[in-house]
Write a new protein. Structure first.
Length: 398
C-alpha cells in the first residue's frame, strides 16, 4: 500500500517521538515507524539524566527518581560527593518514552509499532520516502522529509550515504533488579579492571528496592563482553553490591551508544538525523536522552518549516547550525577528558577519583554533564589548584 505524508520519522525513541510531536504540532502530517512491538519494548539505556534538563523539557517528576549524592569506587578508593539538593535523576525509561509517545499522538502523529523501515526512496539525490514492513503489510510512504531517529544503527543515514558505521562506541549490559535495600538518593560509578577494562560499572537506583546494575565497555579499546563482566561483578558481589542484600534481576537491558562526537553532517536533501544517529551524546557518562528530546523537538520544528522549500538541505541547515552551536564544543571537550580516562590503570584510577573528593556536588555535576564553559572551568581550577582541576582546565581549553 502507498501513503503520502509530509514527514516520516524512523525510530520510536525519545528523539523520534519528540520530533514527531513537534512536527505534527506545527501542522505537518507525520508518521513514525518503530520496529519493536511497543514503544520502549526493549530498554537500551540506563536512564541517567539531569533534573534541570527534565524540568525544562516538561518531563513530569513522577517519571524519575531524584539523585543528590554521587559515589565513586575504584580498587583502593571510595569517594562520596554529597549534595543538599537532588540535581541528577534516573528515569523510568519505559514510562518516559511512552509519555513522549502520547504527546506525539495527541499532536496528531501516526505511530506504527512493529514496523521496520527496510529501504528508502530517492530521486535526483534527495530522499523522497521510505519502504516499511508493518503488521498491516508492506507500506510505501512518499514524503518530502525523512527524520532518521533510528539510534546507533543510523539506518536511514547509512542507506542514504550520509553516514557510515560508528568506529568508536560504548556497549553496555544492565540488569534492572530487586534488591533488599539501596540508597535511593545515591548513584554509584565503579572503575578499574575488575569492573571494566575500558569503561565503568554502575548502580543507579529507581527506589530503595529497585536498581539498575550494569557494565559499559568502550570499543575498540576493549573487546570484552559487558554481559560476562556484569555477571562476574554480580557473582563476586564487588563493592558496593556487597551492601545491597538480596539482588534479583527482573529485566535485562543491552545497548550501544556512539562515542566519537557529532556526525560531520546531519542534514541532506530530504533527510535529517537526530539523537544517537547524529552523535548527540555526552561522552563522559554516555547519556543523551536530554539531547534527544531537545534536538528532536528542534528537528520537528525546522523540518515542518522546511516543507515549504521541499525539505532542501539549505532549508534544514538551521537545525544543524543550532544543535552544533549548542553542544558540539562541549562534546569535543568531554571527549578529551574521556580519552584520558579510557587508558587509566587501577592505581591511576585510585588517584583520579581522589581528584573528585574535594569537589562540591554542583562543581561535579557541571563537570560530569560536560558543561565545559570557560567560566566554569576557570572557577573549578581556581577552587582546586592543588588537585587535578587545573590539569583538566588546561586539557579542556587548550
Amino acid at each position: 500500500m502507498a501513503s503520502t505524508y509530509d514527514v516520516a520519522v524512523v525510530g520510536g525513541g525519545p528523539a523520534g517521538l519528540a520530533a514527531a510531536q513537534s512536527a505534527a504540532k506545527a501542522g505537518a502530517r507525520v508518521v513514525l515507524f518503530e520496529k519493536d512491538e511497543a514503544i520502549a519494548h526493549s530498554v537500551r539505556t540506563s536512564g541517567v539524566s539531569w533534573i534541570d534538563s527534565m524540568e525544562s523539557l516538561g518531563i513530569p517528576g513522577s517519571l524519575y527518581n531524584p539523585i543528590a549524592n554521587y559515589r565513586f569506587v575504584s580498587p583502593s578508593n571510595d569517594v562520596m560527593i554529597s549534595g543538599s539538593t537532588p540535581r541528577s535523576c534516573v528515569l523510568d525509561v519505559r514510562a518516559t518514552y511512552q509519555h513522549l509517545a502520547f504527546l506525539a499522538a495527541e499532536a496528531g502523529a501516526t505511530i506504527m509499532v512493529k514496523s521496520n523501515v527496510i529501504n528508502i526512496a530517492k530521486e535526483n539525490g534527495a530522499v523522497t520516502g521510505v519502504k516499511a514492513s508493518t503488521p498491516a503489510g508492506d507500506m510505501e510512504v512518499k514524503c518530502p522529509l525523512v527524520i532518521d531517529a533510528s539510534g546507533f544503527s543510523t539506518s536511514v543515514g547509512r542507506k542514504a550515504g550520509l553516514a557510515g558505521e560508528w568506529r568508536r562506541y560504548g556497549v553496555g549490559a544492565e540488569y534492572e533488579c530487586y534488591c533488599d535495600h539501596a540508597d535511593s538518593l545515591t548513584w554509584t560509578l565503579m572503575v578499574g579492571q575488575q569492573y571494566s577494562e575500558a569503561g565503568y560499572a554502575w548502580v543507579f537506583p529507581l527506589s530503595k528496592n529497585r536498581v539498575r546494575i550494569g557494565v559499559g565497555i568502550g570499543r575498540p579499546e576493549s573487546q570484552a563482553d559487558p554481559l560476562g563482566k556484569l555477571h562476574a561483578v554480580l557473582e563476586k558481589r564487588l563493592k558496593p553490591l556487597d551492601a545491597l542484600g538480596k539482588i534479583q534481576p527482573v529485566e535485562l537491558h543491552y545497548g550501544f551508544i556512539p562515542n566519537e562526537g557529532p556526525r560531520q553532517h546531519s542534514v541532506a536533501d530530504g533527510l535529517l538525523m537526530v539523537g544517537d544517529s547524529a552523535g548527540q551524546s555526552n561522552p563522559l557518562v554516555l547519556e543523551g536522552i536530554r539531547y534527544a528530546i531537545e534536538f528532536g523537538r528542534l528537528a520537528g520544528e525546522v523540518g515542518a518549516r522546511s516543507l515549504a522549500h521541499n525539505a532542501s538541505k539549505e532549508s534544514l541547515a538551521d537545525y544543524e547550525k543550532a544543535w552544533k552551536a549548542r553542544v558540539a564544543a562541549k562534546i569535543a571537550s568531554a571527549l578529551k577528558v574521556q580519552s584520558r580516562w579510557i587508558g587509566l590503570s587501577d592505581g591511576e584510577w585510585d588517584k583520579e577519583i581522589g581528584i573528585l573528593r574535594d569537589m562540591s556536588a554542583d562543581e561535579f555535576i557541571d563537570f560530569i554533564k560536560a558543561d565545559f564553559t570557560a567560566a566554569k572551568m576557570m572557577k573549578l581550577a581556581f577552587h582546586h589548584p592543588k588537585l587535578a582541576a587545573r590539569q583538566l582546565f588546561n586539557m579542556v581549553l587548550k
